[in-house]
Design a protein. Sequence first.
Length: 289
Amino acid sequence: GDSESMDTQRRYPQVCSCEFFPPHSEDGLQKLLVTSAELDALRPAFRSVTYGAGGSTRERTFVTVTALGGLGIDAAPHLTCVGSTRAGIAEILEEYRVQGVRRIVALRGDVPSGMRDIGDFRYANELIEFIRASTGEHFHLEIAAYPEYHPQSSRPERDLDNFARKVQAGANSAITQYFYNADAYFHFIDEIEARGVDIPVVPGIMPITNFTQLARFSDACGTEIPRWMRRQLEAYGEDRDAIRAFGLDVVTALCERLLAAGAPGLHFYTMNQSGPTLEIASRLGLLQA
Ligand code: FAD
């Protein structure tokens, strides 16, 4: 009813954003722009475009961000620093500044196997410092957060301290790695608040469409798929409709819990598909009428 949707409006004044990866071809780019237009219903505050570690997608990320920007969309490139020089990063920042980009998702990235020279930056906090020192407050800087801890972190406290270091270096807000344990997020927020950090930390939301792919991906990035979910998803086997239906229920419930507890927004890992994100957002009452 009306009062319920009013209530939803009031309870969820949050900001959504969505993430894409840069397509390989011109055809792929046109498809992405269609997907992006479908996601207009979400009124995303910004749309981010990932960056291949070591700069492997430098050109494609730039082209995608520029294409979105040309449509008046607030597009935010991801930028990783591993393997880069200060001069190389400065050049990329200048290219984006000229294009009118005002937001960057600043990351360390993963050292590609075989890479000898890690370059001028060891950690993301050094990239943040460099961007602030060279471009002042021009860019709004987003950073990565890991409620279930970064896979390489030796101790939880160090990971949390390192997160706080990125904020001290000048980050404005954070996006989390995706997770399915809401309690991990709540604990993370308590821990960083105890460290005096008060920037918004927006949960990264990964819709579930393909279990095999999700399981592989989650192992690599340190996200736990809780046992009850894993068992159920395994039991569905090749039944993709059942996986999709279950995934929508579980992820919508997760988002509801996060928003009800005060999460400042939702960042959707769209995998360049609008369907799952729109369905979740619709169930949450987040879509424009
Ligand atoms: P950091 O914050 O530097 O942390 C990396 C590790 O080093 C952590 O274990 C941390 O505890 C430790 N550490 C940090 N600072 C210090 C310090 N000063 N001293 C000692 N230890 C320290 N990867 C891509 O390649 N391209 C992308 O587009 C991309 N987008 C992402 C978007 C989001 C929202 C997230 C969550 C991740 C993304 N990643 C991307 C993955 C990311 O690059 C990897 O997780 C990478 O391993 C860490 O990057 P970071 O910026 O979190 O690193």
